[in-house]
Design a binder for this molecule. Structure first.
Ligand code: HEM
Length: 464
């Protein structure tokens, strides 16, 4: 797989003029069709041609693509109060996420975030480790007898991470429902991804695409409202209290009004957590297997660490600190293939970034995928080199040169959950198998909100 990277983006070009450089489009849609056609290519071309701050137009709105870590830091952290998620394209994903944590803003977001944060506390997370390895061992049992046969890795990783998130957050083995939920998400994401930048015809208009979208949403709603109704019923039975995130959402009361959360709000949080909780992690794992298969020297070091620390045992939460190389392999995978390709914001008031004025109602695109390849901060950026993340080599690297989980107050709530899960899954599977690519199978990243292998990733299993 090859990728052209700018040798040295010109960070200074255009400074002094009022507007940063960028393409001039005569189309009334501005750059929207180019983004909808190929988001990744658009983001790369903008960076290569114009540098670290690029201005373009998206329909009626001025838009800015920012690639420099300082600018990510500014938008996500230093001046985060001036940046919300009320950009026009967000409306198109509302039917899916509603007002869940990912799409919410302002006081309502803060209220919900504070409510959910304790469920992601590290003490709480430690309790999920066994469930994570047990689900992985169950997958390995299913794999037995499939040696050297093709395994659909993205599908296997998706099933596994779905099962884990369902059990951990909602105390539910959603294996059956999750097949339905997973398939529906997989169908909805590409449809919504295209619709986000070219929202015509509107959703209510009965085109074949819109009918499929509506049918998918209905399927999800049926499953999730079913869960809520069932749990509300069970919740009235003392002794059935499970103490998981769903129970907590249902029990939450507003401090001032004493009112509980509406079913609609609970539905929005559940759908958000289900999708955010498995899709990204399954892609992180998928890309890890791919990169390991391409770098036998890294794989060997990983195996050596696993043998020394675990000697064939199933990893537990207590082993995690003793598996630093495993962790670095995952960190480096998230650098090259950050599952969340980009982050988007809207400016509440006029601002200035990198010396350029940025007006109210601008749309801001941050692209960790390319910031992670910024040659000023990453030597030989395309090379897979887990040891970039040793403490010695990390000295002096700005925090926002690496942002697979975003940053600032809206940093991913599932960050530690995902890292623990990935470390446990990789350690458990890699002790048993080498995974190898099917020869000649093309591998190319495709951006549909997240970064996935465009042609799938069939691999063969080889017992160690
Ligand atoms: C490797 C795995 C993961 C990656 C790369 C990832 C990435 C991200 C990123 C970049 C954001 C920030 C989006 C923004 O600022 O616009 C985010 C937010 C979020 N993530 Fe994750 N995530 C992962 C796993 C998880 C897991 C396991 C969960 C839940 C169990 C989760 C739940 C969320 C939620 C709810 C938000 C919204 C937080 C807020 O705005 O307060 N994520 N994630």
């Amino acid at each position: 797989m090859s990728q052209t990277i700018p040798t040295a983006p010109e960070t200074k070009r255009g400074v002094g003029s009022r507007k940063p450089p960028g393409p001039r489009s005569l189309s009334p849609l501005g750059s929207a069709p180019a983004i909808a056609r190929d988001t990744q290519r658009f983001a790369l071309e903008m960076w290569q041609h114009y540098g670290d701050v690029v201005r373009f137009r998206l329909l009626f709105w001025p838009a800015y693509a920012l690639y420099h870590p300082d600018h990510l830091k500014y938008v996500l952290q230093d001046n985060h109060r001036n940046y919300d998620k009320q950009f026009p394209m967000m409306k198109t994903v509302r039917p899916l996420f509603g007002n869940g944590l990912f799409t919410n803003d302002g006081a309502s977001w803060l209220h919900q975030r504070r409510l959910m944060q304790p469920s992601f506390h590290h003490k709480r997370l430690a309790g999920f480790a066994t469930l994570m390895t047990e689900a992985t061992l169950a997958m390995l049992e299913r794999w037995q007898g499939a040696d050297a046969q093709h395994v659909d890795i993205p599908l296997e990783m998706m099933r596994l991470t779905q099962r884990i998130v369902g059990l951990a957050l909602f105390n539910l083995d959603l294996s059956n429902e999750m097949d339905t939920v997973g398939r529906t998400f997989m169908m909805l994401l590409p449809l919504l991804s295209k619709y986000t930048f070219v929202p015509f015809p509107p959703l209510w208009f009965p085109t074949p695409r819109n009918r499929r979208l509506q049918a998918g949403l209905e399927t999800l709603n049926t499953v999730v409202y079913g869960l809520i109704t069932e749990r509300r019923k069970r919740g009235t039975d003392p002794g059935m209290e499970t103490g998981d995130l769903l129970a907590m959402l249902l029990a939450a009361r507003d401090e001032e009004t004493g009112e509980g959360m509406s079913d609609q709000q609970v539905r929005d949080e559940v759908i958000t957590l289900l999708l955010a909780g498995y899709e990204t992690t399954s892609l992180a794992l998928t890309w890890t297997w791919y990169l390991l298969s391409q770098h036998p020297e890294v794989e060997q070091r990983l195996h050596a660490e696993l043998e020394t620390v675990l000697s064939g045992q199933t990893p537990t939460v207590d082993h995690l600190n003793d598996l630093p190389y495993t962790r670095m392999v995952i960190q480096e995978t998230l650098r090259l293939y950050p599952p969340a390709f980009g982050l988007t914001r809207h400016t509440i008031a006029d601002d200035e970034i990198g010396g350029y004025p940025v007006p109210t109602h601008s749309i801001i695109f941050l692209t960790p995928y390319y910031t992670h390849r910024h040659p000023t901060f990453w030597e030989d950026p395309e090379r897979f080199d887990p040891e970039r993340f040793t403490p010695e080599r990390s000295v002096g690297r700005p925090r926002f040169a690496y942002a697979p989980f975003g940053g600032g107050p809206r940093q991913c709530i599932g960050n530690a959950f995902a890292m623990m899960e990935a470390q446990l899954v990789v350690a458990t599977v890699a002790q048993r198998y080498h995974l190898r690519m099917v020869p000649e199978h093309p591998v190319e990243p495709q951006v549909l909100f997240t970064v996935r292998p465009r042609y799938g990733l069939p691999m063969t299993l080889h017992p160690r």
